[in-house]
Design a protein around this ligand. Structure first.
Ligand SMILES: Nc1ncnc2c1ncn2[C@@H]1O[C@H](COP(=O)(O)OP(=O)(O)O)[C@@H](O)[C@H]1O
Ligand SMILES: [Mg+2]
Length: 268
């Protein structure tokens, strides 16, 4: 990963959000594993868990039951993000954790620009500490999705190969385009990922991953990366370490490393 080593010294913090309205598409898995590769190849990385399910936090071996502070405190204006960030067992990788209590963040009606920019404002406090900040979003909490997208330099849309994967993509783009327009921010959907792609063709003789990839490209107009289905995802969840540090040379490791390289190139 030569390009990453060459570019890692730049101090700008590139903020990337993983988004889709549907659950289970691979947002958390992608956020964790891409962060793992970025950290492994020398970048200082922060992952922000903005999902009250706290899967990202748990996938790094953090016990949410005993956490005294979390992204709740940041979203509720109670603490500076610097005060809730913890280090992880992965070198170069820090975590702004979530707990289920994050659900208690007041739900707002995004009339005011300020409500949509809580996270963007919070991240300014750590902009010199990291080269990459990766945000993991829940599928269906408007407050967090709006804040995550508004805080980002690049949005990565994460789909899987299910029949309903493409639903809502056009709406996502249109809704956010007009919202961003209103508050004067550019929506930059940098790429899309199609996860859990199976090598074997289904009974309809179609490579579903490729088909969904093609449709996604035409809807969003971005580059699309396919991530293979892999049992290493389950193993790495059990071991509570990213694939970058568990099975980096696997098919899925190679896919996430390639995507991490692409994210490095976005920053330049
Ligand atoms: N490439 C993959 N291969 C196999 N299983 C995967 C893959 N990506 C995700 N999964 C599994 O799919 C489920 C949903 O993934 P997750 O990343 O939690 O989705 P989301 O964050 O979008 O809800 C998890 O149980 C995860 O282990
Ligand atoms: Mg998730």
């Amino acid at each position: 990963m030569v390009s990453m080593n060459n570019n890692v010294n730049s101090s700008a913090n590139h903020v990337v959000t993983f988004a889709h309205f549907k659950g289970g598409t691979g947002k958390t898995t992608s956020c964790l594993n891409i962060a793992g590769f970025l950290a492994k190849y020398g970048a200082k990385v922060l992952v922000i868990d903005l999902d009250p399910q706290a899967n990202l936090t748990q996938s790094l071996g953090v016990d949410v039951e005993t956490l005294g502070k979390s992204m709740y405190d940041v979203m509720a204006h109670k603490k500076n993000i610097k005060d809730i960030v913890i280090s992880t067992k992965i070198p170069q990788l820090d975590l702004a954790p979530a707990t289920p209590y994050l659900m208690h963040t007041t739900l707002k009606k995004y009339e005011s620009k300020k409500d949509a920019l809580i996270l963007k404002t919070a991240i300014k406090n750590i902009k010199d500490d990291y080269q990459f900040t990766l945000i993991d979003l829940p599928p269906s909490n408007g407050h967090f999705i709006v804040n995550g997208v508004m805080a980002s330099d690049s949005v990565i849309v994460v789909l899987d190969t299910s029949v309903y994967a493409l639903n809502g993509l056009e709406t996502f783009r249109t809704a956010f385009d007009s919202y961003c327009d209103k508050i004067g921010i550019d929506l930059n959907i940098a790429m899309a990922l199609v996860t859990k792609c199976k090598k074997h063709f289904n009974p309809f003789k179609k490579n579903i991953g490729k088909e969904i990839g093609k449709s996604t490209k035409s809807i969003l107009g971005t580059s699309v990366f396919l991530v293979p289905y892999s049992d290493h995802v389950y193993e790495s969840q059990i071991k509570q370490i990213p694939i970058s540090h568990h099975k980096p040379g696997s098919d899925i490791g190679a896919a996430y490393m390639r995507i991490a390289e692409e994210i490095v190139s976005l920053r330049n």
